[in-house]
Design a protein around this ligand. Structure first.
Ligand SMILES: C[S@@+](CC[C@H](N)C(=O)[O-])C[C@H]1O[C@@H](n2cnc3c(N)ncnc32)[C@H](O)[C@@H]1O
Length: 261
């Protein structure tokens, strides 16, 4: 991962997973001490807005997990969102962001580990947004355990009918096995968008409209065999809706494979 936010690959992914300890609070504290400005991983709100506005009403109580120093929550407030609780494991990020936004009553900040959000009672939120935080945990030690802890907490905190929106570099092969545990009771839709600045080689770029269509996921939790990923560094948006157990009885589950990170 670059530490220079002006470099284009800032949007890309966590391909340096093995080089940096993204699962470690100390890593993030040190990084936020060095980078006092703002930095949005993967995508800015402007690109995500069609998805966010479609699934998350502005009156929703939103939990932003692993907010970092991204502008996402501020941009959402400018767009009409009324109540966003931001949490992060880094006290440096939380101190910085709560000071910066102390005059914005719609934004609240708390230092918290997504693997233990017991501070909040069950069914506390209409929506949980995760841009790059599950990805961080997947880079840490005990990644599958951390993912299960985090997603179990997200499921617990969502009201019935609530939405978990995950923005990640992880394709369905490596994410659906985690998202599709029956205990969460999530019905998942998938969207794929190219990284910012991506230009389709040789021709005019696809219209944004085509990215707004959900991508079917096979019964094995994979992309359709004939699906072509225009940008190999695309970002995946999983929209998981918390259902009643009875509604989910006909949905497939995906077997865990060895290579799920
Ligand atoms: C890749 S950054 C994404 C930041 C921000 N969401 C964005 O879109 O720019 C991952 C964030 O997750 C936070 N994080 C990592 N592990 C965490 C944990 N266990 N609990 C809460 N936050 C965590 C990091 O401190 C960091 O701010």
């Amino acid at each position: 991962m670059t530490t220079d936010p002006t470099k284009p690959n800032m949007f890309r992914d966590m391909s340096s997973c093995n080089t940096y300890n993204y699962g470690d609070a100390l890593y993030w504290d040190a990084r936020y001490v060095q980078e006092a400005g703002s930095f949005d991983w993967y995508q800015r709100y402007s690109a995500l807005r069609p998805f966010v506005r479609n699934y998350i009403p502005t009156s929703s109580r939103v939990l932003m997990v692993g907010c970092g120093n991204a502008l996402m929550s501020e941009d959402m407030v400018k767009d009409g969102y009324e109540d966003i609780m931001n949490i992060d494991i880094s006290s440096v990020a939380i101190d910085m962001m709560s000071k910066k936004n102390e005059d914005i009553p719609q934004l609240k900040y708390m230092k918290m580990d997504v693997r233990d959000m017991s501070f909040f009672p069950d069914d506390s939120f209409d929506s949980v947004i995760d841009k790059g935080t599950l990805d961080s945990l997947m880079c840490g030690t005990e990644a599958p355990v951390s993912a299960t802890q985090m997603l179990g907490e997200v499921s617990r905190l969502l009201k019935p009918g609530g939405i978990y929106m995950l923005i990640t570099y992880g394709d369905p092969k490596v994410r659906m096995v985690h998202l599709n545990r029956p205990v969460y009771c999530w019905k998942t839709e998938l969207y794929i968008i190219p990284r910012p600045g991506f230009e389709k080689p040789g021709s005019c770029s696809s219209s944004m409209k085509s990215y707004l269509e959900p991508i079917p996921i096979t019964e094995d939790g994979l992309l359709p065999a004939d699906f072509v990923l225009e940008d190999p560094d695309s970002h995946f948006i999983y929209v998981c809706k918390k259902m009643n157990h009875s509604d989910l009885s006909n949905l497939p589950t995906y077997p865990l494979s060895a290579n799920v990170l």
